[in-house]
Design a binder for this molecule. Structure first.
Ligand SMILES: Nc1ncnc2c1ncn2[C@@H]1O[C@H](COP(=O)(O)OP(=O)(O)OP(=O)(O)O)[C@@H](O)[C@H]1O
Ligand SMILES: [Mg+2]
Length: 489
């Protein structure tokens, strides 16, 4: 009996010793890995203790203390003593980290309980690690306790408010059955200035900045975009930076800019080589009919060349001499509701025809290198064709007036809860949703980025369509749908 008591005590001592060494060691390891360990501070203390040991100051010091007999005279003990003294600042730092982590675990437990992340048998996600990944962002790894990653995503708002943090991303690792929260104690910056360096790959464009990363998207994997949000959210500003970025990265890409708010937003792009600006529904319909011809030509040509898409054709070694123009073409519509609502500025059958072309681009455009970017204040079924909407893979949603509009775009009310910061949005690509601050590109910088306008650059094709419809354009009665009280919009 006595023996087993002795074993128990020994086991407890070994266990405590193991924890005493392993917990701070782990923290030191994470500190080194994430480069967050305060090297200068800890090294300075290590240096001071080295000097103390070298000049035997500690020895003199011990002599005046009541426990002077504890001084380690034995050579092995003296070595352990020296090592502990020199490295003590590192150990103290790591113990403090472990204490903070323990505190966080108890707050997390409360957060998970209030968020309903407790299994029927009372299992809760457990904290595995929590360490900084850069100056402002941290990574918290949790065991998943049998919950799917969607539960963590759904409940992340509870965790945010309970812990006073801002969660940027929730990632799952199925192999280790863990979930990572990428979070920060700081809010997302309220302004990000556009720079061409934000996205550098071909056909890539910047979407926005989280606390941790610059989010980018690529026309190849995300061929069509929906830009939604209430007035003044930042839709047109976002379109401007996407267009400019794609244009400067890919000189052969051409843009049809359909500006249905009376030609205010895209007038900046007028008379520039890569752009055709269309300021009314009537002219837009004529241009879209031309695009339908382009779609059919490209389809036929690619079929004849035995290529499944334009990328397959670009990488083909022997291209025919009579090849048609297969450069990427981007159709951008600012305020799509104007286009989709038949009314006084276009006949119902013309609008129907335009809808058909847009739907065709949305369905077949990816393979043909024809892309669609649609901005709208009103994402409902009347203002945006459901078939077009279903094919807009990337969605950026600025602040919405009510949950119904947010749900129509994102499937949840997240866009209603966004802070009232111009340019703040939710980016949705597939199932993932992330809050971003979109880059701001001042209109005055356009000339320096894409060159000055050239009045002779208007393409013959555009001039033809414009002159054909110039009379209709004058009589076209365009009333923008947006709130005219917003002078910047
Ligand atoms: N990313 C951003 N960073 C900073 N400010 C921004 C950003 N985006 C927009 N803004 C500011 O908000 C104003 C309104 O933006 P914008 O015109 O793009 O809104 P909108 O959504 O197109 O509105 P509307 O639907 O009325 O056309 C801009 O003039 C600009 O001052
Ligand atoms: Mg706008």
């Amino acid at each position: 009996m006595q023996n087993s008591n002795g074993f128990d005590k020994a086991a407890i001592i070994i266990d405590t010793l193991f924890k005493f060494i392993s917990i701070p060691s782990k923290e030191i390891f994470y500190g080194i890995k994430s480069r967050t360990i305060p090297w200068t501070f800890c090294s300075a203390w290590a240096g001071i203790f080295c000097l103390i040991l070298f000049f035997k100051i500690d020895h003199y010091f011990f002599q005046y203390l009541p426990f002077r007999k504890l001084y380690p005279y034995h050579p092995i003990l003296y070595k352990i003593y020296c090592f502990s003294l020199v490295t003590c600042s590192f150990w103290l730092w790591s113990l403090n980290q472990a204490r903070l982590k323990k505190q966080k675990l108890s707050t997390l437990t409360a957060a998970f309980k209030s968020a309903g992340l407790v299994s029927k048998i009372g299992r809760l996600p457990n904290l595995v690690s929590d360490y900084p990944i850069d100056g402002t962002t941290r990574k918290m790894r949790l065991t998943n306790a049998g919950f799917p990653v969607t539960s963590f995503k759904d409940q992340s708002r509870f965790v945010e408010s309970e812990l006073g943090i801002f969660i940027d991303e929730v990632r799952e690792d199925r192999e280790t059955r863990t979930v990572d929260y990428i979070y920060s104690h700081f809010p997302i910056p309220s302004e990000i200035i556009y720079s061409p360096d934000l996205a550098s790959k071909t056909y890539e464009f910047p979407v926005g900045q989280t606390r941790a990363n610059t989010i980018t998207a690529n026309l190849k994997s995300c061929p069509h975009l929906l830009v939604a949000g209430q007035t003044g959210g930042g839709k047109s500003t976002f379109l401007r930076q996407v267009i400019v970025h794609l244009a400067i990265q890919n000189k052969n890409t051409h843009f049809l800019l359909i500006d249905l708010k009376g030609g205010l937003e895209f007038s900046l792009f007028e008379n520039r080589k890569q752009f055709e600006v269309v300021p009314s529904v009537k002219v837009a319909i004529a241009h879209l009919n031309k695009i339908e011809t382009k779609i059919n030509q490209r389809l036929e040509f690619l079929k004849a060349q035995d290529c499944k898409d334009v990328d397959a054709y670009y990488s083909k070694a022997n291209k025919p001499k009579d090849a048609i123009d297969l450069n990427r073409f981007v159709v951008v519509i600012d305020e799509a509701a104007e286009m989709f609502l038949a009314g006084h500025h276009a006949k119902a059958n013309e609008v129907q025809q335009a809808r058909g072309v847009l739907s065709k681009i949305a369905r077949q455009g990816r393979a043909l290198g024809i892309h669609l970017i649609v901005a709208t204040q009103r994402p409902d079924v009347k203002s945006l064709d459901p078939q077009v909407k279903a094919n807009l893979v990337g969605v950026i949603c600025f602040q919405m007036m009510n949950d119904a509009s947010s749900i129509a775009v994102l499937g949840n009310g997240r866009a209603t809860d966004l802070p009232k910061v111009p340019g703040r949005a939710i980016w949705k690509n597939g199932a993932d949703m992330i809050e971003v601050q979109t880059p701001y590109l001042a209109p005055e910088l356009l000339d320096s980025l894409i060159g000055k306008p050239d009045n002779t650059s208007k393409s013959k094709e555009a001039a033809d369509v414009d002159s054909k419809h110039s009379n209709e354009e004058v009589t076209a009665d365009i009333e923008p749908l947006h709130d005219s009280s917003n002078p910047k919009g």
